[in-house]
Write a protein that binds this ligand. Structure first.
Ligand SMILES: *[C@@H]1O[C@H](CO)[C@@H](O)[C@H](O)[C@H]1NC(C)=O
Length: 115
């Protein structure tokens, strides 16, 4: 556990000193974490491995620019995936026991994500 702590600390330090323009997380990364959630939010399957993805993503997204880019990725994912039940999508963080301070919805204003 100590090693993991040290690695996380190093990652946090690297993230803290990285230029803002490179800090933003890529949508491909967001999608690969959240892929297991697609069946659930489109009413086609169970929660399955979804929470593992949500928690994994939550664990790597720390900075505000990262959160804003994740927010934008979620918006475009929600907008481009047909049949998403937004009440299920919005309930996902709660289902998985993580706190995401904005709603996953195509109408979310990602520039207001500040914490
Ligand atoms: C969306 O999910 C909610 C909560 O599970 C459910 O009550 C509602 O009927 C679903 N809506 C649609 C359109 O399937």
């Amino acid at each position: 556990m100590k090693l993991i702590g040290a690695v996380l600390m190093a990652a946090a330090l690297i993230a803290a000193v990285a230029p803002a323009s490179e800090a933003a997380i890529k949508c491909g990364t967001v999608f690969s974490y959240l892929n297991p959630c697609i069946p659930y939010v489109t009413e086609k399957g169970p929660l399955g491995k979804c929470c593992g993805g949500v928690k994994g993503l939550y664990g790597v997204v720390k900075t505000i620019p990262d959160k804003q880019s994740v927010c934008n990725c979620l918006k475009s994912l929600a907008g481009s995936t047909s049949g998403v039940n937004y009440s299920k999508a919005a309930g996902l963080p709660g289902q998985c026991g993580v706190n995401i301070p904005y709603k996953i919805s195509p109408s979310t204003d990602c520039s207001k994500v500040v914490n």
